[in-house]
Design a protein around this ligand. Structure first.
Ligand code: GAR
Length: 221
């Protein structure tokens, strides 16, 4: 039985999707949900599920290195096989990333390597891309980079706003993140030369959302 520790900073809806899916018979359990924010809403859900929770408040530390060291200590107390970043809004030090190399996953709301950083939906709209999405990837020291496990893609509509894109994309995130984590705990992810393949994939490493575009009546595409 593998152990998963999930790190959140806020709402925790991706964490919730993983916890619910894991309860459906995975060879794993969520050992703890940790946050850098005492007021992270997701902590309450984890507690209700009987999952250990903890807070390492980044504001109590003078620098990134000391915060990351304290967070690593809190994580290691649960001896996890996998650490899952689910809306964990902190830039990580190379020492932290190296410590969990090969067992640290993140979800980012863009089709990486496009649009790393913040405000990804606005970045996508400003760039005029017609395809947007989310990526689950292994974490490497470079921010929002690393071997891609799975992506979800959706079409951008002329009427879209950052909020509408975020909302549609979140549904996709809730499908791809549990799938990626399950592959990991089933030992089915193979990483070679920076590329991730899945052993015996019953499901693809790409989720295409059903198009939200509705052509006007009588207009041919
Ligand atoms: C998600 O959309 C996730 O992709 C994003 O934060 C949101 C967290 O929502 N993560 C990042 O932007 C990381 N760079 P949640 O707390 O409801 O899972």
């Amino acid at each position: 039985m593998k152990k998963i520790v999930i790190l959140i900073s806020g709402r925790g809806s991706n964490m919730e999707a993983i916890v619910r899916a894991c309860a459906g018979g995975w060879p794993a359990r969520v050992a703890a949900v940790l946050s850098n924010r005492p007021d992270a809403a997701g902590l309450q859900f984890a507690q209700q599920q009987g999952i250990a929770t903890g807070v390492v408040d980044h504001r109590q530390f003078p620098d990134r290195a000391s915060f990351d060291a304290a967070m690593a200590e809190a994580i290691d107390a649960h001896a996890p096989d996998l650490v899952v970043l689910a809306g964990f809004m902190r830039i990580l030090t190379p020492a932290f990333v190296d410590r969990y190399a090969g067992r640290l996953l993140n979800i980012h709301p863009s089709l990486l390597p496009c649009f790393p950083g913040l405000n990804t939906h606005k970045q996508a709209l400003d760039a005029g891309v017609k395809l947007h999405g989310a990526t689950v990837h292994f974490v490497t020291p470079e921010l929002d980079h690393g071997p891609i496990v799975i992506q979800a893609a959706l079409d951008v509509l002329p009427s879209d706003t950052p909020e509408s894109l975020a909302k549609r994309l979140l549904d996709c995130e809730h499908q791809i993140y549990p799938r990626a984590v399950r592959w990991f705990v089933e030992d089915r992810l193979q990483l070679q030369d920076g590329v991730v393949n899945v052993i015996n994939p019953a499901e693809p490493q790409l989720l295409m959302a059903i198009s939200a575009h509705t052509p006007a009546a009588g207009v041919k595409a």
